[in-house]
Design a protein around this ligand. Structure first.
Ligand code: SF4
Ligand code: SF4
Length: 264
């Protein structure tokens, strides 16, 4: 089992001497490892409340740092820098700059749900990872991620029509993320659909993608959902301030390519 606490100490904060003898005892190399002292003065005392205001972050206060989430995490097995427990710790301590350093890694969560199953305190760490990701976006520390765009396209369709039409969601996602509709894998997938799906079902999918049918009498449900979402957005803005455009933070990133590490 990896020692997760090691992640709390940045490599640049460790120092050791190749040759060191103290009072006749040779403490060269790892034996002379010191952790440099540091002063943290830029706490964000509201950080936990800001994360808790976002969907999925509500139960972060329950965490007792047992580490079960990290030990069970699919991505941590590939990339030890992906550490849900550590990020929850940073949020609860208000270490905002430390959290921002990992802005490119937090998004690697694959939503496998293992951490949530393992958590003895019902923190729902998977949802906390998404809340932290949305906090980074809201503050402008990361550009809007494709997964957020997908969520938006999906939600907009459900709210607008009361239905989920896979073809329309995919088309909307590709158009909004400016992705080519002629990518080879996509062309291949459509070919397989045409070959294997019954003609009637394909016609229904095509018709729904173009005309966006609605659930009958959906209007009052749509208005209720929109009202609820407006209240939630107002509460988030009250806590976090207005959404900021993307700007590169002053803090350097600890970005690590998990897939590259897995291949090594
Ligand atoms: S498993 Fe739950 S309680 Fe344990 S560290 Fe993770 S979030 Fe906290
Ligand atoms: S849901 Fe995300 S954080 Fe949780 S175990 Fe899976 S990859 Fe890790």
């Amino acid at each position: 089992m990896p020692i997760h606490e090691k992640n709390l100490i940045r490599p640049e904060n460790l120092s050791k001497h190749d040759e060191l003898v103290i009072e006749g005892v040779n403490v060269s190399g790892d034996w002379s490892t010191f952790i440099k002292s540091r002063v943290v003065s830029d706490y964000n005392e509201d950080l936990q409340e800001e994360i808790a205001a976002l969907a999925g972050g509500e139960y972060i206060h329950r965490c007792w740092q047992c580490g079960s989430c990290t030990n069970s995490c699919t991505v941590n097995a590939l990339n030890p820098d992906f550490n849900p427990r550590q990020w929850i710790y940073l949020v609860r301590m208000g270490f905002e700059a430390e959290l921002i350093r990992d802005r490119d890694i937090i998004w690697q969560c694959v939503s496998c749900h293992k951490c949530t199953s393992a958590c003895p305190r019902d923190v729902v760490p998977e949802a906390v990872m998404h809340a932290i990701g949305h906090w980074l976006e809201h503050k402008g520390y990361t550009p809007k991620r494709p997964s957020t765009v997908f969520d938006e396209v999906f939600s907009e369709q459900v709210i607008h029509t009361g239905k989920i039409e896979d073809g329309a969601v995919l088309l909307g996602f590709f158009l909004r993320t400016k992705q080519s509709l002629t990518q080879s894998w996509l062309v291949q997938m459509v070919k397989q659909l045409v070959l294997k799906f019954p003609v009637q079902m394909l016609m229904q999918m095509g018709w729904a993608t173009v005309f966006h049918p609605k659930t009958s009498n959906w209007g009052s449900s749509r208005r209720a959902i929109e009202e609820f979402l407006q209240e939630k957005e107002a509460a988030v803005e009250k806590k976090l301030g207005p959404e900021q455009p993307y700007h590169e933070p002053d803090v350097p990133t600890n970005s690590v390519d998990a897939m590259k590490m897995a291949a090594e």
